[in-house]
Ligand binder design. Structure first.
Ligand SMILES: Nc1ncnc2c1ncn2[C@@H]1O[C@H](COP(=O)(O)OP(=O)(O)OP(=O)(O)O)[C@@H](O)[C@H]1O
Ligand SMILES: [Mg+2]
Length: 477
């Protein structure tokens, strides 16, 4: 973090000082002009008062000494009064000198007065000027000739005073602005930054989440967003960690399970030799199931836990596939769950049979589990899982429908998101995620269908692989 003076607030402090000084410069010229005009007007007024008195006297009545004193009092070299078109020299300390500048106080514009003020400040000091203006509302005009030395000295004094006042004002303003901005902006920003820094050092620590306040300022809103973001990030991190831990655990379990299943496979091979008809009818199914399990575990080990292998597609009889799912589900006859299959026996689907088997198995297993836990008390409740499928052009649509309680809210809101979707005890919330991943790998879609009655319906659509014209012709020949 930068120190206060080098940081944002320090820069603001300097900027405020500079801006206030700039503003003061803009005020400086008009007030200098005003001061100069007032100074001249004062002299003219004093001279006018004296002039009227002198004008009333006969020249002989006014001794030379008095004339000089009068002129000295007004700082003037020559004093004249213009009346009824004639000008009368009232007094003069010396022969009227050469005039450098003339100023008519009655007809000076605002800009003109500023220009004159600047001119006096820059070049004045020993110039002789003639100043004239009306006396009150009368038509008499008083006129003086004087050097501008005194005027310039007073103007310089005034400018110096103004400079120090401006400096003081800008210092006070900037300190006030600095304090206000520091309190309203810099401190909250520093708090935000500090929190981000702390949080990034240890994002899992819940005590490092930014504690904002409820006020309505922009920074408070930013603070609340930061809090929300940090909380969300912590949640994601926790999930990621869970996933990573789980991935490792799955790999380990899977590894050893494969070995156990391989032994089971060896042992069950021997069952085919047993003569018992019961064993004879079950043995092939058992073998097939174990084979399948070994296949999965190998696949998981080969591809890692993150993604499934690419589907190895061929045309498969869907009815047979569903039959295998039913066998695998091994629904207890006492549970009175009906498993209905409405699939024409020659319907073929272009897919990886193992993967689509897993899709249908996961979804129908969910349905059976929902039916088992639903309404056990009601003996008349109808419990049915229906799988129907049709081919339309090059797409096979499969619908898996049940008469269960319908998807719980939590499962609906987190549909197809790993670990979050499960709303039943003992569920991992992976079944639907796996199903979706496998369907998408086939270029298909899977969706939960809104239906009027109770129960749940999933719809899967699997398109055939596109066939190039050349392939088709080669096959047709
Ligand atoms: N047919 C259904 N009827 C009612 N609820 C269902 C149905 N299918 C899914 N669900 C709900 O959706 C949730 C998510 O299902 P999913 O198969 O993804 O996970 P799971 O069954 O909980 O765990 P597992 O990973 O073992 O399959 C289930 O917990 C269940 O609450
Ligand atoms: Mg499931």
């Amino acid at each position: 973090m930068p120190t206060v003076l080098r940081g944002l607030s320090g820069r603001l402090l300097w900027l405020t000082i500079i801006f206030v000084m700039l503003a003061e410069i803009l005020i400086f010229m008009p007030s200098m002009a005003g001061m100069r005009m007032n100074w001249l007007r004062d002299r003219l007024d004093t001279a006018a008062a004296a002039g009227i008195v002198i004008d009333g006297l006969q020249p002989a009545e006014l001794p030379r000494a008095v004339q000089n004193d009068t002129l000295l009092a007004t700082g003037t070299k020559v004093l004249a009064l213009r009346k009824d078109g004639t000008s009368r020299l009232l007094a003069a300390t010396e022969v009227p000198p050469e005039i450098d500048a003339q100023y008519d106080l009655a007809h000076t514009s605002f800009l003109g007065s500023m220009r004159d003020a600047l001119d006096t400040l820059a070049f004045g000091g020993d110039r002789v000027m003639r100043v004239f203006g009306p006396i009150g509302d009368s038509d008499m005009i008083i006129e003086l000739v004087m050097t501008d030395k005194a005027l310039r000295t007073d103007m310089l004094k005034y400018a110096k005073k103004m400079f120090f006042i401006s400096l003081l004002i800008s210092l006070i303003t900037s300190v006030l602005i600095f304090l206000a901005i520091n309190r309203m902006m810099i401190s909250p920003i520093r708090r935000l930054t500090h929190s981000m820094q702390l949080f990034s050092e240890q994002p899992e620590d819940p005590y490092r989440v930014f504690a904002g306040d409820r006020s309505r300022g922009e920074l408070a809103v930013a603070g609340r967003h930061l809090t929300a973001m940090q909380v969300q990030l912590q949640r994601t991190l926790r999930q990621q960690k869970n996933l990573a831990d789980l991935g490792l655990a799955v790999s380990k379990i899977n590894h050893d399970m494969r070995n156990i299943l391989a032994s089971a496979q060896l042992m069950s091979d021997r069952l085919t030799d047993v003569e018992d008809p019961m064993v004879r009818s079950f043995a092939p199914k058992l073998l097939r199931t174990i084979d399948r399990a070994v296949g999965y575990t190998n696949e998981v080990l080969a591809y890692g836990q993150a993604s499934e292998g690419a589907p190895r597609r061929r045309r498969v009889n869907l009815s047979d596939l569903c039959q295998e799912v039913r066998d695998m589900l091994a629904i207890d006859p006492d549970s009175r769950i009906e498993f209905v299959e409405q699939i024409s026996s020659d319907l073929e689907i272009d897919c990886d049979s193992e993967q689509i088997f897993r899709v249908i198995h996961n979804i129908s297993r969910n349905a059976v589990q929902a039916l088992l836990t639903h309404d056990m008390a009601d003996p008349k409740a109808q419990r049915r899982v229906t799988i129907s499928a049709h081919r339309l052009g090059s797409v096979v649509g499969i619908t898996i429908d049940d008469t269960g309680p319908g998807m719980p809210r939590k499962a609906r809101e987190n549909l197809f998101s790993a670990f979050r979707g499960s709303a039943r005890s003992g569920g991992t919330g992976l079944g639907l995620v796996i199903a979706r991943e496998l369907v998408l790998a086939h270029g298909g879609t899977i969706a939960l269908v809104e239906k009027p009655g109770p129960g749940t319906q999933f719809r899967i659509e699997i398109p055939d692989r596109p066939v190039s014209l050349d392939d088709y012709r080669a096959r047709a020949l």
